[in-house]
Design a protein around this ligand. Structure first.
Ligand code: HEM
Ligand code: HEM
Ligand code: FES
Length: 348
């Protein structure tokens, strides 16, 4: 583990973040219930438990959109990568809000125990299943993700299995949309709800598509190779200070070239923790910092600062005529390199 690893546990700023997030959720529910109360006067008034369960369902779907948008937003606008570190808490909050929504549904529609609440909600009088069942399946997926949210599970399951499990959140998204369309929108007269739902789905689709196309283009660009095999990665001045440029080498490996002031160093783009995209992070406390969980690596040797022991491969760099070139043969993890200096007079 690295120094930054501790940042994902219950540090004061995480507690503050969770308090703000919790307060915003309470505020959302209060405003939703208050406005609905004022708008729906007798004889069209709606009972408070129904208003609360609707408010929680709506908050859950809003949070689901935010969680799904963070990945592509961070890829498209690198300055927002700090959002990635908060996604886990947001995901667990989403599960808790959706769970509370379901619990009130079971209690309220199940007659608070008069009937078997699960049967009352999930099975229709004709024996078929309704839109609630789709919400139930979505909730199971969110439960699986929240239950395996501890770092132990990341390590135990391995990165690939864990990532595959994580991708089922998109199945949950489709189930939730179907849950709302089949359950609520069919009787909805106002166009506001369907319009908001369509806006959310189109925005998410556009963000994922744009980020995917950009990433594919970057990987498809074949960098120029010098006679001795070194790979041209572009103008030194194009790399923003404290950040990295990620280049895909011919062999499919990705290298992150970090710039700290006038010094450039190259590290593997694959974080030793769970394979996170190190080059999408930034230099903090003098170390390249992974955007996923904050593991850190010294830029000149790819080693986590003591007492941590993680190591990633390093690469040799050189600057020729203002262009940065990287030797595509990776050094063994943790091998020290000499950072190259951007020559004076280069436009930075
Ligand atoms: C066991 C799981 C679930 C059950 C039984 C369930 C049940 C229901 C029911 C009965 C309604 C209609 C409420 C009414 O208008 O009277 C509803 C609405 C809704 N549910 Fe669920 N749900 C579940 C899971 C979820 C999940 C996981 C989400 C989102 C992440 C969700 C989001 C919504 C939304 C957005 C509405 C519409 C709220 C509104 O009318 O303003 N539900 N749900
Ligand atoms: C109900 C809970 C959760 C939901 C809905 C959720 C949702 C998502 C989504 C949609 C991605 C997206 C992929 C991307 O665009 O990069 C993702 C990735 C990620 N989530 Fe969650 N998440 C949840 C819980 C957690 C938890 C508990 C953790 C903590 C371990 C976590 C950590 C991450 C990480 C590290 C990634 C990047 C993984 C990758 O792309 O390979 N999430 N999550
Ligand atoms: S810190 Fe977890 S993947 Fe990099």
């Amino acid at each position: 583990m690295s120094a930054r690893y501790r940042a994902v546990s219950w540090m004061p700023h995480k507690v503050r973040y969770d308090l703000v997030l919790g307060s915003l959720c309470v505020l959302f529910v209060a405003v939703f219930v208050g406005v609905s109360f004022v708008v729906n006067q007798p004889p069209n008034d709606i009972s408070p438990p129904i208003l609360i369960l609707r408010a929680l369902g709506t908050l859950a779907i809003v949070l689901l959109h935010v969680v799904l948008a963070i990945g592509p937003i961070a890829r498209l606008w690198p300055r927002t990568t700090f959002l990635l570190a908060n996604r886990r808490h947001l995901g667990v909050t989403l599960f808790l809000v959706a769970g509370l929504h379901a619990l009130i549904v079971y209690g309220f529609y199940g007659g608070f125990g008069v009937q078997n609440p699960i049967l009352a909600v999930l099975v229709r009088p004709d024996g078929g299943v309704g839109f609630e069942f789709l919400g139930f399946l979505a909730l199971l997926i969110l439960l699986m993700m929240a239950a395996t949210s501890h770092d132990f599970w990341l390590a135990f399951l391995g990165h690939r299995v864990w990532k595959a499990m994580h991708m089922t959140v998109y199945v949950a998204y489709v189930l939730v949309i179907a849950h709302v369309v089949m359950g609520v929108l069919k009787d909805e007269k106002s166009l506001l709800y369907p319009a908001l739902l369509a806006f959310g789905a189109v925005t998410l689709g556009a963000l994922h598509l744009t980020a995917g196309i950009r990433e594919r283009r970057r990987d498809a660009t074949t960098p120029t190779t010098a006679d001795d095999g070194w790979v041209d990665i572009g103008d030194a001045s194009d790399i923003p200070d404290k950040r990295a440029r990620v280049v895909c080498l011919g062999n499919g490996e990705r290298v992150a070239i970090f710039r700290d002031g006038a010094a450039l160093s190259a590290l593997s783009n694959v974080c030793a923790h769970q394979g996170g995209p190190l080059g999408e992070g930034e230099i903090m406390d003098g170390c390249a910092t992974c955007p996923w969980h904050g593991y850190q690596y010294e830029t000149h040797n790819g080693q986590s600062p003591p007492p941590f022991t993680e190591k990633i491969p390093t690469y040799e760099l050189r600057v020729r005529g203002g262009r940065v070139e990287v030797n595509p043969s990776a050094n063994a993890p943790g091998t020290p390199t000499t950072p190259v200096t951007i020559p004076e007079g280069t436009n930075t």
